[in-house]
Design a protein around this ligand. Structure first.
Ligand SMILES: [Zn+2]
Length: 496
């Protein structure tokens, strides 16, 4: 590259270059995005993270977060520089022990230039010291950090990490985590996985959480506040840790009556999806004024508002279904969001059937019948909805409708074999909508391209004939299932 800038006769410079090893010429900056067309700047290129060690201190009174992130990674190409995604203020960066230069760019890029270029296949230990007030930071005009009266919460999709730790922020780069957070005595720090230990000293308590299975960055969560913590064990032997803000007010009872059923619901889901993929379970309800819920790994986030009309086990079913569909098996690109939401919504339909509030087939028929052909709902393609419609209701409802059509076409045996087989085949990995179609064809022995195209990829309502063939439309207008309102109330998982 630099030869282009060499002026004729610059012999001194030229001879200096001759002593640079030939390989150095191939060391270029890593890409500022991992290559996702929906979000070109999300994640980064040129390396892969295997572990995050986050050692943090948080002051609820002032929303100040400071700490050290130690990332274990490996380069996947020759690099002269690499990026992390991050918003807080960085004080020092080290790569393999040596101080590295750093700068910020774009909306959330931290550019790190190590002392020496890095060859492909090099193991890296990247240490980032930082501090900042997360609630003061915005990217693209929004924040995913929820300030609460007694602390703060990081939980959002697709982006939540930028406000609390530097990362390669895309589901394609999963890693294990140790999250250690020091907070004032009387305050709790909730995160994913297993609470390994706590220790108190001089008015501060440190909580040490561990996630030993690969976890996408957006599924890492942190909540600091005053919580009541409950513990238990599911029938299948998974330890359960739930946390409820002490200030849930009138939502307190309904929140507990829902989230305390986590172990029971996870065991029920495992009958459809196979063994629970992680070694910890739970949920937490902080005192945020948000409305959504999120499948943060092993320990979903629930807004108090999810329980405003009483207990809501359907939302617990949805977020726990994601532990298989979304968390263990994650999207390859954000266009594959149906792999998450279509199945989590379908799990709610199965739960409705289990509870005697309408069968999956009845809910499918009602979904199809209640939306006229000119409803813009049908213009959203769940198989590739576009970033602006990534969390549109159609991805959920039409997405689940597609699964009912698949079930009616290939039969219950093949359908339920697929639900379990898929989570085993791609456990702890990534997969796409196209991968699912191929897998469904393989298991059922039927060509399914037309079915997937009709239900997931056409910007129009599937015809009555097609719907009848898939048994999701009958001669009469179906009645509204009892569970309809409750399931609809769990829409809007994502809110900027
Ligand atoms: Zn969801």
């Amino acid at each position: 590259m630099h030869r282009r800038f060499m002026a004729p006769g610059a012999l001194a410079a030229a001879s200096l270059m001759l002593v640079i090893p030939a390989s150095a010429a191939s060391h270029a900056p890593g890409a500022p995005g991992i290559g996702d067309p929906y979000y070109p700047a999300y994640g980064n290129g040129g390396y892969d993270v295997s572990h995050y060690d986050l050692r943090l201190t948080y002051r609820p009174a002032t929303d100040e977060l400071e700490g050290t992130a130690t990332l274990l990674a490996r380069t996947t190409r020759d690099l002269s520089r690499l990026n992390l995604d991050f918003l807080l203020d960085v004080g020092e960066v080290r790569v393999n022990g040596a101080k590295a230069a750093f700068a910020t760019s774009g909306e959330h890029e931290l550019e790190i230039t190590p002392k020496k270029p890095l060859d492909k296949g090099t193991d890296l230990t990247i240490v980032v010291r930082y501090k900042g007030v997360p609630s003061s930071k915005k990217a693209y005009g929004f924040t995913s950090w929820h300030r609460t009266p007694d602390g703060g919460v990081a939980a959002n999709e697709p982006e939540a990490a930028w406000w609390w730790f530097p990362s390669n922020d895309h589901p394609l780069d999963k890693a294990t985590y140790d999250v250690s957070v020091q907070v004032p005595d009387g305050t709790q720090a909730i995160s994913n996985g297993t609470l390994q230990s706590t220790s108190s000293r001089l008015g501060w308590t440190r909580y040490n959480w561990r996630s030993g299975k690969p976890q996408a960055t957006y599924l890492a969560t942190l909540a600091v506040g005053r919580f009541d913590v409950t513990t238990g064990t599911s029938d299948s032997g998974i330890p359960v840790v739930n946390a409820y803000s002490k200030d849930l007010g009138p939502h307190n009872g309904a929140a507990r009556a829902s989230v305390e059923r986590t172990g029971e619901i996870a065991d029920w889901l495992s009958e459809f999806f196979g063994p629970y993929p992680f070694d910890a379970l739970g949920g937490y309800v902080p005192n945020t004024d948000t409305g959504y819920a999120l499948e943060t790994q092993t320990r979903p986030f629930y807004s108090p508002r999810q329980f405003a009309n009483g207990s809501n086990t359907s939302v617990v079913v949805h977020e726990l279904a994601h532990q298989w569909y979304g968390d263990s098996v994650s999207v390859k690109g954000w266009k594959d969001i149906w792999i998450n939401e279509g199945f989590a919504r379908y799990a709610q339909w199965l739960w409705s059937e289990h509870e005697g509030e309408g069968t999956a087939s009845e809910i499918a028929a009602y979904t199809y019948a209640s939306r006229p052909a000119d409803d813009p709902f049908w213009t959203v393609k769940p198989g590739d909805p576009g970033p602006e419609n990534q969390f549109h209701g159609a991805v959920y409802d039409r997405g689940a409708l597609a699964l009912q059509a698949l079930r009616d076409t290939i039969g219950d045996d093949a359908f339920f074999t697929i639900l379990k087989g898929w989570t085993a085949k791609h456990a702890y990995g990534n997969a796409s909508v196209a991968d699912f179609r191929r897998y469904a064809e393989e298991v059922s022995g039927q060509p399914l391209a037309a079915l997937f195209d009709t239900w997931l990829f056409q910007p129009s309502k599937p015809s009555a004939a097609v719907a009848r063939a898939a048994s999701v439309a009958g001669p009469q207008a179906p009645e509204r299932p009892k569970s309809w309102k409750k399931i609809a109330a769990t829409n809007g998982v994502h809110a900027h």
